[in-house]
Design a binder for this molecule. Structure first.
Ligand code: 4NP
Length: 154
């Protein structure tokens, strides 16, 4: 079954938001059996819940889930068909760590909508989290269009 891992720096803001939004969308569509998870390239927030500003956005959208931040592990490229990095620096860190991973299996989150970075909302206010939600939702819609034809790993 398809599996997707979202990756950001801390695994408390952007990647858990993407995870919640995709989980909601899969449930809506009745696409069962998918594995969806998120992780961070850094470990400063390991074991923590998601940022309350991400939780607030997800709760409003009916997309909240129980989260515990974790770091990317060596077996993530084995466990997941596709890793989606939130920004260029996350992507670079993953490419350095897993040089054998094909470009198709490690991509930028916003690749289908232009390939910009998802800005890190950590230092800003709640409006930054709303902006991130909009970007992630637009990109997920585009990814889901692709996955309808060819799911990750398919
Ligand atoms: P995230 O945001 O990578 O989207 O989870 C951040 C969270 C924490 C930090 C940076 C970015 N930090 O520096 O602690």
């Amino acid at each position: 079954m398809p599996s997707v891992l979202f990756v950001c720096l801390g695994n408390i803001c952007r990647s858990p938001m993407a995870e919640g939004l995709l989980r909601r969308e899969l449930a809506r569509r009745g696409w069962s059996g998918w594995t969806v998870d998120s992780a961070g390239t850094a470990g400063h927030h390991e074991g923590e819940d998601m940022d309350p500003r991400t939780a607030a956005v997800l709760r409003r959208g009916g997309a909240h889930y129980a989260h515990r931040a974790r770091r990317v592990t060596d077996d993530d490229p084995v466990r997941f068909d596709l890793m989606l990095a939130m920004d260029g620096s996350n992507l670079q860190a993953l490419r350095r760590r897993f040089p054998e991973l094909s470009g198709a299996r490690l991509q930028l989150m916003l690749e289908p909508v232009g390939g910009a970075d998802v800005p890190d909302p950590w230092y800003g206010g709640p409006e930054g989290f709303e902006e991130v939600q909009g970007l992630l939702q637009r990109a997920l819609d585009a990814w889901l269009d692709r996955w309808e034809a060819t799911p990750p790993g398919g």
